[in-house]
Design a binder for this molecule. Sequence first.
Ligand SMILES: Nc1ncnc2c1ncn2[C@@H]1O[C@H](COP(=O)(O)OP(=O)(O)OP(=O)(O)O)[C@@H](O)[C@H]1O
Length: 281
Amino acid sequence: MTALLEAEAISYRSGGRILVDNVDLSFASGSFNIVIGPNGAGKSTLLRILCGELHPTTGSIRWNGEPLHSIPAWRLAHRRAMMPQASDLNFPFTVFEVASLGVEGTGRGLTREDRQRLALDALEEADVAHLALRNYQSLSGGERQRVHFARVLAQLKAGQSLERQQVLFLDEPIASLDLKHQLSLLQISRRLAQDGLTVVAVLHDLQLACGTADELIVMQAGRLVARGKPDAALTPQRMAEVFGVEFVAPGPASSPWRLVLEGSRRPAPASPTAGSGLADR
Ligand SMILES: Nc1ncnc2c1ncn2[C@@H]1O[C@H](COP(=O)(O)OP(=O)(O)OP(=O)(O)O)[C@@H](O)[C@H]1O
């Protein structure tokens, strides 16, 4: 399959350190890719480079063969949306206004009513429509995260007025969410990927990552150490090397990865997300 987005030998240096080190990656349209790795591995930096927010120190990124840096910002806003790890807003925007930020500047040719409808639909999808008139700053962490998910959904939907091939970047999008909303966000993203959206997400939950991703991207100390289907990318040896912890490999298909807690030598209880519909896909 032809790659929609391709990164060739990208590196990023800052403060005298190499945060991303000579990474080659390509993403096919409609693929669901999850980036995993320990804290400080360079996952967020990689996402920010791939979405065009940071310019790589060396290397290049192409969108359908076109250099990413040559694509004007307004056009890029139609092609990709980024949900960052943390999003503080210093103004007392309502939830509706935050979701509407996603459609400002995108959706050329759409009427004001169309854009409002897109923002409201996205709030519904992210299960925060009932908070539409609330001050964003008064929301809980999980509610804020869902509002930002609505914002990126609205942006992509509006962007479809101009661009059919799109990428959604999600940086730890479920970090503050309860279990129901974690699964819901991933299921919505998966459904969109089945419809052709390319998704690149950073996750720390390895159960959910393995159950959701078409491809895992494993990062360690700025380097890409593995890329491939979850079973191939996450061998027990690699888990131990990358995360510095011992894992028991899965047995039957439905059995989850299990962590060996130091001292006990017995597998810890399975994560509450194990065996979810996502894992059994
Ligand atoms: N602007 C910067 N200047 C110098 N170092 C930075 C800068 N931004 C990030 N870093 C460092 O680069 C490394 C990679 O950061 P990054 O946020 O990409 O990691 P991560 O894999 O997303 O980590 P986490 O899982 O903790 O979110 C970290 O050690 C971080 O402290």
